[in-house]
Ligand binder design. Structure first.
Ligand SMILES: [Ca+2]
Ligand SMILES: [Ca+2]
Ligand SMILES: [Ca+2]
Ligand SMILES: [Ca+2]
Length: 597
């Protein structure tokens, strides 16, 4: 059941009625005047904002100088098919193992079955990082230039443990797995692997996909969020102020997400039913594998649009139990289901546990689920001050990023409304919106940092968002994809005025990506803990290297690594401002892939 409050919020946000007879009212109420809706920051607001980071930071749009020119097209032809609203995934990963993060983006294109479709030549794109601030479009001939349907999202994992990252694309009607050939090209292996994801009774509308080794056999398994039951014949017309618009998600039926077990021989088995994952239908949007109860068995958190989130506790026997309600991550602060999308996991509260931040619909607070240990979370959005920020932004992409490297994990949010003419409501909300940074003060509070946004303040309709250090200067940068808009690269300038440490883990007995590993470092400022997660953000893949912000610290006195299969290693001193590489069973060494001037 959707609560009355949520319906009202949904109505306020989408204002969709079957009759479409809601009167246009552009006169602002007293309340709106007192609390004006802001979804785009003006230059004046930015100029008047305070610097809250220790050093000045700006995110600069370097897309053009990088030589990147690619737009996501959702295939809209004016009908407002519901499926048009969700695509635009991006991956930051090093496909050629040269130490430089490359970019892969998934194209939408014509909607299958739409009779009004126009020819559409653009494909997915793979951009190789040249290491000098520029990228080369290497899509053609890479194998990733194959037509992969009406694309939604992407995840990256070394599913065959050969040391080369492979690519999984989610698309309406069926997904695609591409194996890395270790020579700059990929071969589609979807059919052999058995991960086309077409087994369900309805045509699948998959969104985020996530990789994690749930049975600790050293091979990464695959979870895929399924959204709503939709097809062109099932599409329903909805109106906003008398104009055709997108419906609320409640208009469509929920669906069953899917789980595939990696058999370790290049094939997978669909265990959706056997694992119990089919017990709770949802409208899955975001997913992350993380061991929330720290028992050494990785669990799965899933956000659902307008429905309670699910938290699949790993029963250690191949089955899962949804513990979202008992654990405190199912709903918002007043007990209502939210419209969960992107997910940022991490130790935001310095208690050694993985907490969760989630972005929801406009009018809903961003969720802060503080992990207080023993598998219990506390809904902390008010306590952490996150709820006091402007609620009218609509977030999709979300990622953990210590953008000022002060040792406190922050988040970046990719915003953009669903309704492409929300402006007709005259309430101040806009389709294209500014992005947001939330700065963690290290004492449990998040403050919106408008000052550091730079080009992130410019309005866009963001969907996919990924984080990683594209220029290997120590600070993490951001890439985003917009609806019917560009792939953009935002370079973090000033973040590395603080010290940092980045470490790349490689599993041997454990899965080679080391998803599920836990790393703790000791410095004069205390202990910091980070884990490698499978998934996060929304339909996107961020770099899986771990970066620790060190503020003014120059020396790490010790490091402990718990590998996914449970074995723990302890190490002595490490230097700040270095890229380390650690192979399971060995000692950390400077990352041989990183060439720095
Ligand atoms: Ca590379
Ligand atoms: Ca667990
Ligand atoms: Ca920080
Ligand atoms: Ca950087």
């Amino acid at each position: 059941m959707i609560s009355r409050r949520n319906l009202l919020l949904a109505a306020a946000g989408s204002a969709l009625t079957a009759s479409g007879c809601r009167n246009r009212n552009t006169a602002l109420t007293a309340k709106q005047k007192a609390f004006p809706v802001i979804t785009v920051y003006t230059p004046e607001q930015i100029a008047n904002s305070k610097q809250i980071t220790q050093h000045p930071i700006q995110f600069h749009d370097v897309t053009t100088t990088a030589g990147i020119n690619w737009n996501f097209n959702n295939g809209a032809t004016g009908h407002h098919y519901f499926i048009e609203t969700t695509g635009g995934g991006v991956a930051l990963f090093d496909y050629n193992n040269d130490g430089l993060l490359d970019i892969f983006v998934v194209q939408g294109g014509p909607i299958p079955g739409n009779p009004n479709t126009q020819p559409f030549p653009k494909t997915n794109a793979l951009y190789r990082n040249n290491g000098d601030g520029t990228y080369t479009d290497v899509t053609k001939g890479s194998g990733l230039d194959a037509y992969t349907g009406y694309g939604m999202g992407v995840s990256v994992a070394d599913y065959d443990n050969d040391g080369w990252p492979d690519v999984y694309i989610t698309a309406y009607g069926g997904n695609h797995l591409f194996k890395n050939n270790r020579n700059g090209t990929f071969t589609e292996v979807t059919h052999v692997a058995g991960v086309g994801d077409t087994e369900g009774k309805i045509l699948p509308w998959p969104l985020s996909s996530a990789w994690g080794d749930f049975d600790n056999d050293g091979h990464l398994d695959l979870f895929i969020c399924h959204y709503a039951a939709w097809s062109i014949p099932l599409d329903k017309p909805c109106l906003l102020e008398g104009q055709l618009s997108y419906c609320r998600p409640q208009v469509y039926q929920s669906s069953i997400s899917r789980l595939y077990h990696n058999n370790g021989d290049g094939t997978f088995t669909d265990i959706t039913e056997k694992s119990g994952i089919n017990a709770v239908p949802g409208k899955g949007m975001g997913a992350v594998w993380m061991d929330y109860d720290d028992d050494g068995w990785i669990d799965l958190f899933v956000t659902n649009d307008t429905m309670p989130n699910t938290l699949w506790h790993n029963n250690r026997n191949g089955t899962f139990t949804n513990m979202a309600m008992q654990s405190g991550v199912a709903v918002g602060p007043d007990g209502s289901p939210m419209s969960g999308m992107g997910i940022a996991p991490g130790d935001f509260f310095h208690n050694g546990e993985d907490s969760l931040l989630v972005v929801n619909f406009s009018g809903e607070t961003k969720s802060v689920f503080k992990n207080i240990g023993h598998g219990i979370f506390q809904e902390d959005s008010y306590q952490s001050d996150m709820a006091s920020s402007n609620l009218q932004f609509l977030g999709f992409g979300l990622e953990s990023i210590d953008y000022d490297l002060d040792g406190n994990l922050d988040v970046v949010v990719g915003n953009g409304h669903v309704l492409d003419h929300i402006e007709v409501l005259g309430e101040g909300s806009t389709y294209a919106q500014s992005q947001q940074l939330f700065h963690n003060n290290g004492r449990g509070k998040f403050f919106e940092d408008i000052h550091s946004l730079g080009d992130l303040a410019k309005p866009r309709v963001t969907r996919g968002l990924a984080v990683g250090d594209i220029d290997n200067d120590g600070d993490q940068d951001v890439v985003m994809v917009a609806q019917n808009g560009p792939l953009q690269v935002f370079r973090n300038d000033g973040g590395n005025l603080n010290n940092w440490l980045t470490i790349r883990l490689e599993g041997v007995q454990s899965n080679r990506d080391a998803i599920g590993a836990k790393v703790s470092i000791d410095t004069s400022h205390g202990t910091q803990t980070a884990r490698i997660h499978g998934g996060s953000s929304y339909i996107s893949h961020s770099d899986i290297r771990i970066t620790f912000g060190l503020s003014t610290v120059t020396q790490i006195t010790g490091m402990e690594v718990r590998w996914p299969l449970g074995h723990t290693q302890k190490f002595g001193a490490l230097k700040a401002n270095q890229f380390y590489y650690l192979r399971e069973g060995d000692s950390p060494v400077p990352d041989p892939r990183i060439k720095r001037a």
